[in-house]
Design a binder for this molecule. Structure first.
Ligand SMILES: Cc1cc2nc3c(=O)[nH]c(=O)nc-3n(C[C@H](O)[C@H](O)[C@H](O)COP(=O)(O)OP(=O)(O)OC[C@H]3O[C@@H](n4cnc5c(N)ncnc54)[C@H](O)[C@@H]3O)c2cc1C
Length: 509
């Protein structure tokens, strides 16, 4: 390939692919350089007979149009559609018992009625009424309509008439969700439930989770026809659609191409050096790697103040993983997801106190061979990196600790499927070291632990000329919809205001 291009994107996470796709669509020559042999970053799929998922299990807003999900908007802009299986129910194993909690207000209210009685139901309904205008305000200002770097308030004023009815609710959008919950929810079960959802979304309890993100989630989940969407083929299918959309517009994805260093000319980023020594020059460089990894690529002596500030970004904890392939015989009613919490008193972010279990083959049998299921379980961003950092992979001490720490999954799974161990023909346990190795993230972290109470995530521009960032280290934050939006924000900045306006017009948002 040529050693000169318009834009280099470092990393093929969802943020990087959304950015690359929109830039290619806008006529730029784009090369996405990915260290791993598979694209998708945290959202990659692997395996040939069983189709294993590395990360996300909860997807929404992909199966219908219009959609407020930035990923759905970008896929549409790239002319790509996804086949999804919609569903409403999932299970929880809480200290209160094993329950089915559906998406949607009525299903959830029925659970609350049974567990906590009519007063708690009334409290919840009142909370939903409070959230409605906040969700409407968040919807009125789509993330793809924002301009990077510009004052959000100024942009609100620019959208003028459209946003005036939402002005009162707008003040909540930039802050944390916790104070809203404190003001309106007293029932311990409702508070624990909200705290759990916050943690699953942001890696932080409700005091640190952004109010706009949560209001949007509740706005969507509690609509009368609300559902979740599992993309057929899993994360791999989503990633393949983004890659197809980018390549159809002339963009290029290069796998097994780890960037070793940024090339600088004075105070400007001008390209990258790959691990094999190859140099590629570009007018624009976008890093989809996390903030700590991005700083490691920068030669010393540039943007020192920014660098020092961002180096000290606190990190969310890491993950334990379990991947299984197992005999499905006689297991007709398995839920797609089960979320387990051991003890509310320990706090939602306590180690090995929460796990998410997904069995995607329940909805998409093609994810596993006939008569079998594929399972991914993880402890969400609550595994301390410090327990693992000194250990050598495959050493006896590592293997022993892995077995001990991953026993949490088996204890929960045996409550669901007592003979699960005998049914398995594939068992893979993963640790923060595995997570770092395959996802290429600093210390196996979920992303920056930046509480919403301290402000918004850092924007996509950097003080280094020619260098942008997208993905979970940038505004609006962690999770599939936010990282997709961050990729679009970078593309807008590079392509210009006119192109952004045209895109919004075409999408009707
Ligand atoms: C277990 C788990 C479950 C999750 N569940 C959900 C969920 O249910 N719903 C949801 O919305 N979100 C979920 N998330 C969060 C979501 O998946 C991530 O926030 C999102 O995918 C991160 O995307 P990103 O654009 O930041 O890039 P990343 O996924 O971090 O990808 C960055 C890419 O850059 C590459 N890279 C790094 N350094 C270099 C280099 N030097 N050279 C070349 N390439 C490099 C990496 O290999 C990687 O492919 C989950 C995450 C995990 C880990």
């Amino acid at each position: 390939m040529a050693d000169q291009t318009d834009v280099i994107v470092i990393g093929s996470g969802i943020g990087g692919l959304c950015c690359g796709g929109l830039l290619a669509r806008g006529g730029r020559e784009v090369v996405v350089l990915e260290a791993h042999s598979k694209p998708g970053g945290a959202a990659h799929g692997f395996g040939k007979t069983y189709h294993f998922e590395s990360g996300p299990s909860l997807w929404s807003g992909l199966g219908r149009w219009p959609s407020s999900n930035p990923l759905a908007q970008i896929l549409r802009a790239l002319g790509q559609s996804l086949e999804v299986v919609s569903y409403r129910d999932w299970d929880v194993i809480f200290p209160e018992g094993h329950l089915q909690i559906g998406v949607g207000n009525d299903a959830f209210s029925a659970v609350v009625q049974n567990l906590r009685g009519p007063e708690a139901v009334a409290e919840w309904q009142q909370f939903m009424t409070v959230l409605q205008p906040i969700a409407a305000a968040a919807n009125a200002l789509p993330l793809l309509a924002l301009r990077p770097g510009a004052d959000v308030m100024a942009q609100v004023l620019q959208r003028g008439g459209q946003l005036l009815p939402h002005m009162a609710a707008m003040r909540h959008l930039g802050g944390a969700f916790g104070p809203l919950v404190d003001r309106h929810l007293k029932d311990p079960f409702l508070r624990n439930w909200v705290d759990l959802l916050c943690f699953l979304i942001s890696g932080l309890p409700m005091d640190g989770t952004n109010a706009a993100a949560m209001a949007t989630l509740f706005g969507e989940w509690f609509e009368p026809d609300a559902c979740l969407d599992f993309p057929k083929g899993g994360s791999k299918a989503v990633v393949a659609a983004l890659v197809r959309g980018m390549e159809a517009n002339g963009g290029e994805l290069r796998l097994r191409s780890r960037v070793r260093e940024l090339l600088m000319d004075g105070d400007r980023a001008t390209g990258v050096v790959l691990e094999n020594g190859e140099q590629i020059h570009a007018r624009h460089v976008v890093s989809n790697a996390d903030i700590w990894s991005t700083l490691e690529l920068m030669p010393e002596g540039h943007a020192q103040r920014w660098r020092r500030k961002r180096e000290s970004t606190p990190a969310c904890r890491s993950f334990l993983h379990l991947h299984l392939g197992f005999d499905a015989k006689g297991l007709d009613d398995l839920p797609i997801h089960t979320v387990w919490v051991g003890d509310w008193e320990r706090g939602i972010n306590a180690e090995r106190n929460a796990a998410v279990i997904s069995i995607p083959s329940v909805l998409d049998p093609a994810m596993a061979p006939p008569g079998r299921h594929v399972l991914h379980a993880y402890t969400p961003a609550n595994e301390p990196w410090e327990l693992w950092e000194g250990l050598e992979r495959d050493s006896p001490a590592y293997l022993k600790q892995r077995e001990e720490r991953c026993s949490v999954f088996w204890r929960v799974l045996e409550q669901m499927i007592p003979d699960i161990r005998e049914r398995c023909d594939v068992v893979m346990e993963g640790t923060p070291l595995t997570h770092r190795r395959f996802l290429n993230v600093h210390n196996g972290s979920y992303g920056p632990a930046l509480p919403a109470s301290d402000g918004l995530f850092p924007g996509v521009t950097t003080p280094v000329k020619g260098l942008w960032m997208c993905g979970s280290s940038t505004f609006p934050g962690i999770g599939i919809p936010p990282v997709a939006a961050s990729g679009a924000l970078v593309a807008h900045d590079i392509l210009g205001r006119r192109a952004q306006k045209d895109l919004l017009h075409e999408l009707g948002i």
